[in-house]
Design a protein around this ligand. Structure first.
Ligand code: ZN
Length: 493
């Protein structure tokens, strides 16, 4: 947190890099739009949440007390992100012939499993839209009271034209309201309830067959999708908070609407720094389900997809994502993934060598240069690719020391080891998967000993001990299979 080495964040609102100064240090409020839990989480989501995982990790590393809120959208998100059509979760529930809340639970569990695989730290608070209906109704009432919303047939719309008289609707996305005026006449001809093309629903009247719906002053309905994030971010982080993140596709209309709602309800611009992560491409083309070139996280790990030559470990994928700037697209190709796999292994090998180095009396290497360069690049708007490049330069130095071409003294060695631990594991969030495989090796050796002991008790006709070992292992989900002259074991998760 030293002034001489500030953190810069690219603010999508001002469109420039700004020195990060929290509103209420050392507290930092971080809000990230979470998933709509109606299907398996896709890789684009994983990348977006990974970006903010690094933001959260680095701010924490710098000593800030970060409250990280990432919501679960479990109602109100309509097909095509529009104000018309089905709720995504309701539609899925009808398709699978189960309760909407079963869909929510199923895909929330799946989402948690996936992000855990990629070593994402869970948020401090993970609120749901359905858990905040009362607060959403209250916010709508404040917006109506201030004259920025109107009711039609049991639905409530945000009045963008009225809002634009005094405020800049489009300040985040750069869209101009005048450009949209032309389209107004057209869209209103179809008997649309909205007064103005750009108006958006903050409460939608529910049809009789809708399962998830709530009573409100305007009748039975559901909150509009954009509203939940305004309500939950300000409830837990305050009317004005530090950082709001999400994918670039959320900038408009979702985030633009969030600003309008907060200003409309409370007269406060809610966010100091807006951050947006970029999209994924495959061999240079946008990754999309309809183009058939999208794969799910588990397909990337197993390699079970026509476009993939093989599978990759979650840490290789994490490393692959971190090798790109969060503001740039990431292009998937077999070559790039294989290069990332090699790079990740090289970095892990470097850290292993570092931890085994023997110190000398004096240092011939400049440890501070390695430390300050990688710190500077991370301070430059979380520039992970450049940070990784500097860490690789450091690996060259580490290898030179290991080959006795350079020397390092004890205090420099300790600093360098701490730096790599902090940057590689705590901030970039990588895990040395070899550590897990050595756990496996150890488990195998321990199981050999246990099986030998059991075989010996069987030979001694000590059936009590043999059965005890078998039963105790069973409690750990380890089953033993006895054949004529040997025993095998199997572990089921
Ligand atoms: Zn949101």
């Amino acid at each position: 947190m030293s002034v001489s080495n500030p953190l810069y964040i690219y603010n999508s609102l001002s469109r420039k890099k700004e020195v990060f100064e929290p509103l209420n240090p050392p507290f930092v409020g971080l809000y990230v739009c979470g998933p709509t839990v109606y299907s398996d989480v896709h890789l684009g989501n994983v990348r977006s949440f990974l970006t903010f995982d690094v933001v959260y990790r680095y701010l924490t590393y710098l000593g800030y007390n970060v409250r990280y809120v990432r919501n679960i959208t479990d109602v109100g998100h309509l097909i095509d992100d529009s104000d018309e059509g089905d709720d995504k979760i309701e539609k899925r529930a009808r398709l699978e012939k189960i309760e909407p809340m079963e869909i929510v639970q199923k895909y929330t569990n799946g989402f948690h499993d996936t992000v855990t695989q990629f070593n994402l730290i869970p948020p401090s608070i993970e609120p749901t839209a359905t858990g905040h209906i009362v607060e959403q109704i209250e916010m709508i009432q404040r917006i109506i009271k201030n004259g920025f919303a109107y009711e039609v047939n049991g639905s409530v719309y945000f009045d963008v034209k009225k809002y634009s008289e005094k405020h800049n609707y489009g300040e985040l996305s750069g869209r101009k309201i005048e450009d949209q005026l032309e389209q107004t006449r057209e869209s209103l001809e179809g008997g649309n309830e909205k007064k103005f093309f750009a108006d958006f629903a903050i409460w939608k009247n529910a049809s009789p067959e809708t399962i998830m719906k709530w009573d409100s002053p305007w009748g039975t309905g559901v909150p509009g999708w954009h509203l939940e994030c305004s309500v939950m971010s300000t409830k837990y982080l305050g009317q004005a908070f530090d950082i709001h993140g999400g994918g670039m596709d959320l900038k408009f209309p979702h985030h633009e609407c969030e600003i309008a709602q907060s200003v409309g309800a409370d007269g406060v611009n809610p966010v100091k720094y807006w951050m947006h992560g970029n999209m994924l491409t495959v061999n240079g083309t946008k990754m999309s389900k309809s183009l058939g070139n999208s794969f799910l996280p588990h397909e990337l790990i197993s390699g079970d997809h026509p476009l993939l030559d093989k599978g990759y470990t979650p840490m290789t994928v994490r490393f692959f994502f971190l090798q790109a700037n969060y503001k740039s697209t990431v292009d998937f190709s077999n070559e790039a993934l294989q290069a990332a796999e090699k790079g990740f292994n090289r970095l892990m090998a470097g850290v292993e060598t570092l931890n085994k180095l023997t110190p000398s009396e004096v240092s011939s290497v400049d440890v501070n240069a390695i430390i300050s360069k990688s710190t500077e690049s991370l301070n430059d708007d979380f520039n992970t690719p450049t940070t990784i490049a500097h860490l690789f330069d450091g690996v060259k130095t580490i290898n030179a020391i290991n080959d006795n071409k350079e020397t390092i003294n004890q205090s420099d060695l300790t600093s360098l080891q701490q730096h790599y631990k902090g940057f590689v594991f705590d901030i970039l969030g990588l895990v040395n998967e070899k550590d897990n495989s050595s756990d496996n090796e150890l488990s195998n050796e321990l199981m050999d000993i246990i099986i030998d002991l059991r075989n010996q008790s069987k030979e001694n006709k000590d059936w009590g001990t043999a059965d005890l070992i078998r039963d105790e292992l069973k409690k750990l989900n380890i089953s033993i299979k006895d054949t004529k002259d040997s025993s095998t074991w199997n572990y089921e998760k």
